[in-house]
Design a protein around this ligand. Structure first.
Ligand SMILES: O=c1ccn([C@@H]2O[C@H](COP(=O)(O)OP(=O)(O)O[C@H]3O[C@@H](CO)[C@H](O)[C@H]3O)[C@@H](O)[C@H]2O)c(=O)[nH]1
Ligand code: MN
Length: 356
């Protein structure tokens, strides 16, 4: 019998991980979307990363416990190391991961709302992410009945008992109803396509397999994998955008594979309300669409040495390989390799106890 997540009746009244989880929101807009999330988010601390013009005032609805950082704050706190935090791109959200002091992070975009499951029930996405993070993953052997730790499921016949303890879960990757996370070419070809398919499944992404991580509806164990969640150099002054979460996901997955940690994708869904402009997106993405044909084989071939026993050591080792193997694609990757090291230095400066 796989260890079961507690059934709803045994969940304590106190919201799960109330004092151990921060919600990180990157924003250039107002935060009215929080009204819809209030029943689920109000007990938690928010970290709002205000992008763009720092002189603009972002109104946070009453009753939320939050800290808000704009570009002036980032520059003040990080000094020269602020150069590793993107400007005018949702990649800025990773500053929130760095300043948090909590064990878990949930990050969500400000145009994502509460979705409904097929029965019409509102989905508490945060609660599902927490369950995903608090139950093991199965990266070493695929369970055909999906997540064996869910109520009403288990390991199927032929699943090795030696593997049923599973691995610690580092990442919970949620999905989106309505506007799917498509790249610009796909958006242009299918402007009216909406995702109406609710798949009631949570899968572990097998060891050795990469995936396109979307930052829209994402949770992770910050103590297990936080330093790998750098969203790269994107946006203003950079030759690429909208590959922030992809870069973080590829780095995170190879490090999770190396450290024996699990990554899950599937439930929960959020309702993604608006499509960003496909032409603007194409301009941001075009280098990424081209470069990724070389980036993926690079990440598929990454081998981290045995003495890379912490996320920080893995990440610095990875930055060296980025410079050695990707620098020839474009000088951008040398800049990115430097920024990866700056990110770790900044992380350790703000989180001295987490020195790895
Ligand atoms: O310059 C900016 C632009 C936006 N933001 C904030 O980031 C999120 C996402 O913005 P938006 O919903 O407009 O963009 P999407 O195309 O839907 O974003 C998805 O694609 C990826 C792009 O990197 C990203 O992982 C997904 O989120 C909102 O909260 C904006 O307010 C920003 O901070 N700076
Ligand atoms: Mn969006």
């Amino acid at each position: 019998m796989a260890g079961k997540e507690s059934s709803s009746s045994s969940i304590p009244n106190t919201p799960l991980l109330k004092d151990e989880l921060d919600i990180v929101i990157p924003t250039i807009r107002n935060l009215d979307f929080l009204e819809m999330w209030r029943p689920f988010f109000q007990p938690y601390h928010l970290i709002i990363v205000q992008d763009g013009d720092p002189s603009k005032t972002i109104k946070v609805p009453e009753g939320f416990d939050y800290e808000l950082y704009n570009r002036n704050d980032i520059n003040r706190i990080l000094g020269p190391k602020a150069s590793c935090i993107s400007f005018k791109d949702s990649a800025c959200r990773c500053f929130g991961y760095m300043v948090s002091k909590k064990k878990y992070i949930y990050t969500i975009d400000d145009d994502c709302f509460v979705a409904k499951d097929p029965s019409g029930k509102e989905i508490n996405a945060l609660e599902q992410h927490i369950k995903n993070l608090l139950t093991p993953s199965t990266p070493y052997f695929f369970n055909t009945l999906y997540d064996p730790y869910r109520e009403g499921a288990d390991f199927v016949r032929g699943y090795p008992f030696s593997l049923r303890e599973g691995a610690q879960t580092a990442v919970s990757h949620g999905l989106w109803l309505n506007i799917p996370d498509y790249d610009a070419p796909t958006q242009l070809v299918k402007p009216r396509e909406r995702n109406t398919r609710y798949v009631d499944a949570i899968l572990t992404i097998p060891k050795g397999t990469l995936f396109p991580m979307c930052g829209m509806n994402l949770a992770f164990d910050r103590e297990l994998i936080g330093p790998a969640m750098y969203f790269g150099l994107m946006g203003d002054g950079q030759p690429i955008g909208r590959y922030d979460d992809m870069w973080a996901g590829w780095c995170t997955k190879v490090i999770c594979d190396h450290l024996g940690l699990g990554v899950k994708t599937g439930l929960p869904y959020i309702w993604h309300s608006k499509a960003s402009n496909p032409f603007v997106n194409l301009k941001k993405e075009y280098n990424g669409i081209f470069w990724q044909e070389e980036l993926i084989p690079f990440f598929q071939s990454v081998v981290l040495s045995k003495d890379c026993s912490t996320v920080q050591k893995c990440y610095v080792e990875l930055s060296k390989q980025v410079r050695d193997k990707l620098g020839k694609i474009d000088p951008y990757f040398n800049k990115l390799a430097d920024a990866m090291v700056t990110w770790i230095e900044a992380w350790e400066e703000l989180n001295p106890s987490a020195k790895g």
